[in-house]
Design a protein around this ligand. Structure first.
Ligand code: TYD
Ligand code: MG
Length: 460
């Protein structure tokens, strides 16, 4: 059978097919398949391996490392430095994603305040230099080290990098860039991938830091090919809603530091301000004595945070009761509701359950189970929890509590914010350091959800 001479790539999702079709078999979009040549082996590249010259040197793992660790560039914002793993790494590439209007461009412009004497090249495909200048004036950024360019053509951008020799490049945004090598329009998978890899090649060679702003899709993931996230060293994502005052930036991937680290900012008329004690922010405005509210001692990256989990349980008017969750996985909630019903007799059938993590934070760690279950039980029982009480713990399907990570850091944070009781899984309270025992709060270890609810004066 004759070999096909070309293949067809979907400009929307990147799927490859050997036959043309009006509809992409993968993402079901119409008219998105484009012809692209098949990759061919270069002539003369098929010889046996022993003929290859200039093989890389193999080194022992135990060889003493004499290389000086590279000096990180501080952004002047501790919260941003933390999510980056201690500042910008030279020659690294960072992708910043988030909803429109959440503050990506503002944050990037604010970098200019403290990165002097680094020269920043700000390439915007969305705003003109005068609009950016206007914003810089509002943010009181007066820096000679920022060069503004409004351009979307990749070849011209590389020319500008050659000419202006910056230390940091900001691309706002990757979806607006376009390279003439492909027929597809800006924002398509091929364009995004090719533009990003060309920029990476240029910046890595010249030891330049590349900061790329990326849009996100309706479902909240970064738009464009998944390979974009694999190409860069660090992926930061804005969490929360753009209409809230504060903004959370989370590290989704970091080759030079821990992931799941968060940085908290507040947006005001002078731009993004750092929030140095986020626990105070997440529990601010809570009304004690209201049934359905529980305080969770969470761990986000390297720091402990107190967060309020709210549950509203009310009689349903629908044949199938609603389960609506904000900031927490709804499947996890279904499991917890089943455990509450089967093991403890807290039936929620016939009731709508609404769960919300106050402040727009997204909770992913299993240690949030106990606070969610207690909030639901408190809402269902119409009994408020003691306002000085904090909890954390994973719950198993038999209703047992399971050990969680960083118990001591959670205890310290609760004591630091003046709470008087913390409820944790029993294993976490077994071998506590004397310094932790001396803290002015009562540490209660429970081996099951039943025990925890009894401590909270809630019973089925
Ligand atoms: P922007 O950085 O343009 O968002 P993105 O690039 O992610 O789309 O931020 C725009 C929003 O921030 C807009 O709603 C106005 C608000 N904002 C302030 O509240 N204060 C400020 O000082 C600035 C510059 C913006
Ligand atoms: Mg913008």
């Amino acid at each position: 059978m004759a070999k096909p001479a070309c293949r067809y790539t979907c400009t929307s999702c990147g799927a490859v097919s050997l036959k043309y079709s009006g509809k992409c078999f993968s993402c079901q979009s119409w008219g998105t398949l484009e012809e692209s040549p098949l990759e061919e082996t270069l002539p003369g590249k098929t010889g046996p391996l022993h003929e290859v010259k200039d093989l890389p040197v193999s080194e022992s793992l135990l060889l003493e490392n004499k290389a000086v660790p590279p000096q990180r560039i501080s952004t002047g914002m501790q919260e941003l430095d933390r999510v980056l793993g201690g500042g910008l790494m030279p020659a690294s590439a960072v992708l910043i994603g988030g909803e429109p209007g959440i503050g990506k461009s503002t944050l990037m412009l604010q970098l200019a305040r403290h990165t002097s004497p680094c020269r920043i090249l700000y390439i915007s495909g969305e705003e003109s230099p005068s609009q950016i200048r206007d914003r810089a004036k509002r943010l009181s950024i007066q820096s000679d080290d920022v060069i503004l360019v409004s351009e979307v053509n990749l070849d011209k951008i590389i020319g500008v990098i050659d000419r202006d020799k910056p230390d940091i490049i900001i691309i706002d945004s990757i979806q607006t860039l376009h390279t003439g090598d492909f027929r597809s329009s800006a924002g398509t998978v091929t364009q995004i991938r090719e533009c990003c890899s060309a920029l990476l090649r240029e910046t890595k060679q010249r030891n330049i830091v590349l900061l790329v702003i990326g849009h996100i899709t309706k479902s909240g993931s970064l738009s464009g090919p998944k390979t974009l996230e694999h190409m860069v060293d660090t992926v930061l994502q804005f969490e929360g809603e753009s209409f809230q005052r504060h903004r959370v930036i989370r590290t989704m991937k970091n080759r030079f530091g821990p992931t799941n680290e968060i940085g908290v900012f507040r947006m005001d008329e002078h731009g993004l301000k750092e929030v140095t004690n986020p626990s105070e922010l997440f529990i601010a405005g809570r009304t004690s004595g209201v049934p359905g509210n529980a305080i969770l001692a969470a761990i986000e990256g390297t720091r402990a945070l107190l967060v309020e989990v709210q549950a509203l349980v009310s009689k349903t008017n629908y044949p199938v009761p609603q389960r609506i969750c904000t900031g927490i996985d709804s499947k996890r909630i279904s499991i917890l509701l089943a455990v509450l019903e089967k093991r403890l007799g807290f039936g929620t059938w016939g009731q709508d359950v609404f769960i919300k993590v106050a402040g727009g934070l997204k909770l992913a760690e299993p240690a949030s189970d106990l606070a969610v279950a207690c909030a639901v039980a408190s809402g269902l029982n119409n009994t408020a929890l003691s306002p000085g009480m904090v909890c954390a713990g994973e719950i198993g399907l038999s209703g047992e509590t399971r050990a969680i990570s960083d118990g001591e850091r959670r205890i310290r944070e609760a004591a630091h914010l003046g709470f008087d009781t913390i409820i944790l899984p029993k294993e976490n309270t077994r071998e506590l350091k004397p310094a932790i025992r001396k803290l002015p709060l009562k540490i209660i270890g429970c081996s099951s959800l039943q025990e925890a609810l009894e401590e909270m004066k809630l019973s089925g």
